[in-house]
Design a protein around this ligand. Structure first.
Ligand code: GLY
Length: 570
């Protein structure tokens, strides 16, 4: 327990930092892109970024900082930061140069069935797989952070949880992003009294500039700090979770929690124009899909194309279409389905796809062989954190509740907001999910199975030296957002700031059209694409890249100006 004086000091410290931050923002002084000589953190929420930088400055490594930021964001960024969800971490140990991949994706509970979200007429009921207790997959974050801590942490577990506990217990100052995002979702929160009580104290979201305190969550985090991850999976918290979810029609059991395992996996590794790219293997589709697309694009002289011109957009989007079709048909949990890894690196397949691409006219998605084999998608709120420490260790974590605020359900007095990750399964093969992805039986629901993800935490190396760390939220657009930042850096040699700010587009096979960011593309280019027969779909924003890239002066660190983050470094 902290003493009253410490609490006062804690409150004062956050208030003081907030005033500093607010003043800088008001005067437009806080940049989205910085250069730091030694180390840095890029994430979507500034209180959490500060936690990370403090851990680094106290001598913690990139994994220590990642764990502390991960827990802090569960408090300060409730739309996606979590302990009630899951995700992936990629870690590069500077000493050995080895990259490790940690998988703490949620799993379907044992009582889950492939047709659990079907209506009587066989169509999937999105309400059931997206809102409330039935949408919740068995959470993996606490086990995942504990496994990552055991492998690479140097600070004690309790010490890494302490900042999150303080942020929950004594509060943090709310900004307008959080206020507006809660207000916009009032109706969904109102369906769950415990959630509403926490996120709408006195019937209103906490106002910008006021302190937001989460007492239940602080108690839960204190228990996890004291007793370790078992408190969550087999102890008192587990019992509260099961009981709380059951009251809302949930099916997660004590056995489901007890049996949950985080896993260390072999990362996807491939080269692209002399760079070595590491990314996440299944159950994320991120690494393999990125590999297929990049290896195909490597056969074209991309730097000769006009960046974001008609030929470039046509070529890149047609290549994306081909690889998303394979992603959607073949990929799922590797512990349940046989993944054709070779397909995504096969020179023959790459040659076949490259020779089929014609930027003058699009291939019709419905005429592709995969269409008949599937006759069968992911929300855009996930979050990514990139960290580099002064020793050159790098950590990339993408973790999520799936949709913003997940299932909207807080239950059992735990203060934990639970995911709605079950919607990332193909709840009815052949039908689109939240992200419009049409997927096959490889990603159908089975008890204990991990749902396919698009999360793409990525680390870039050249000549055995760390070059970049990046990732983003965005559901199915995650892979193509990471792709475009890599192309902007590697093929077009842009500074990271520009590579992140350039307009983005996305093609995911079905729907058969190019999604593009409004007001960021030349209208003549769009008109030309239309003339060639490409379908176009305007989006307001695609992605929220958090990235770090090596420069001669140190690390360039970027938090995407499209959303709420600010990078910090030293
Ligand atoms: N829930 C988004 C993803 O895992 O891709």
């Amino acid at each position: 327990m902290l003493s009253g004086n410490k609490r006062l000091a804690g409150n004062f410290r956050y208030f003081f930092l907030f005033v500093l931050w607010l003043t800088s923002v008001a005067f437009g002084q806080l940049p989205r892109h910085i250069i730091a000589p030694h180390a840095g953190v890029a994430c979507a929420e500034i209180n959490a970024a500060r936690v990370g930088i403090q851990i680094l400055q106290q001598g913690g490594n990139a994994m220590d900082a990642m764990i502390a930021v991960g827990f802090a964001m569960a408090v300060t960024y409730p739309r996606a930061g979590n302990i009630g969800g899951g995700g992936f971490i990629l870690y590069r140990d500077a000493r050995t140069g080895k990259v490790s991949a940690f998988d703490f994706r949620e799993v379907a509970p044992a009582a889950a069935r492939y047709d659990m979200y079907w209506r009587a007429d066989g169509t999937p009921d999105p309400q059931k797989s997206r809102l409330g207790a039935l949408a919740v997959g068995v959470p993996g974050t606490v086990r995942g952070l504990a496994l990552a801590h055991k492998r690479f942490g140097t600070f004690s577990w309790e010490r890494l949880l302490q900042p999150a506990i303080e942020l929950a217990r004594y509060g943090f100052v709310v900004d307008s992003f959080l206020y507006r995002s809660l207000e916009n979702r009032r109706e969904r929160f109102q369906q769950f009294p415990e959630s509403f009580r926490i996120f709408f104290p006195n019937g209103q979201p906490p106002r910008p500039g006021t302190l937001f305190i989460q007492k239940d969550l602080a108690i839960t985090l204190e228990q996890i700090a004291r007793e370790g991850p078992d408190a969550f999976y087999t102890g008192e918290i587990a019992a509260k979770i099961v009981e709380g979810l059951k009251k809302h029609g949930g099916i997660i059991s004590l056995d489901d929690l007890r049996n949950y395992r985080a896993k260390e996996r072999e990362p996807i590794k491939f080269t692209y124009r002399g760079y070595t790219i590491y990314s996440m293997p299944p159950p994320s589709s991120g690494g393999l899909t990125l590999q297929g697309i990049l290896k195909t694009l490597e056969t074209f002289p991309l730097h000769q194309f006009e960046h974001n011109g008609a030929d470039y957009m046509a070529l890149v989007s047609e290549v994306e279409k081909q690889w998303y079709a394979k992603r959607n048909l073949y990929l799922g949990d590797p512990d349940f389905v046989k993944i054709p890894f070779h397909l995504f690196s096969s020179p023959e397949v790459i040659h076949q796809i490259a020779s089929r691409i014609d930027p003058r006219r699009p291939v019709n998605s419905r005429e592709m062989p995969e269409y008949n084999q599937i006759r069968q998608q992911e929300s855009t709120h996930t979050t990514h954190i990139s960290i580099v420490d002064a020793h050159g260790n790098a950590a990339a974590m993408t973790y999520t509740l799936n949709g913003s605020y997940g299932s909207f359900l807080v239950a059992g007095g735990t203060g934990i907001l639970f995911n709605n990750e079950m919607d990332d399964f193909s709840t009815r093969p052949g039908h689109p999910n939240m992200y419009g992805l049409v997927q096959g039986w490889a990603n159908a629901i089975e008890p204990g199975k991990r749902m396919l993800s698009s999360m793409t935490p990525t680390i870039v190396v050249r000549d055995d030296q760390l070059v970049g760390v990046l990732g983003t939220p965005g559901g199915s657009t995650i892979i193509t957002s990471v792709l475009q930042v890599l192309l902007n850096k590697i093929d077009f040699h842009m500074p990271l700031s520009q590579a992140v700010e350039k307009g983005r587009f996305h093609q995911q096979w079905i729907p058969d059209s190019i999604a593009y960011e409004k007001d960021r593309f030349d209208p003549d280019v769009l008109q030309e694409l239309q003339r060639r027969g490409f379908g176009l779909m305007p989006y307001s924003k695609i992605g929220d890249i958090q990235a770090i890239w090596k420069t001669d002066a140190g690390w360039e660190i970027s938090s995407d100006p499209r959303r709420s983050g600010y990078p910090i470094g030293y």
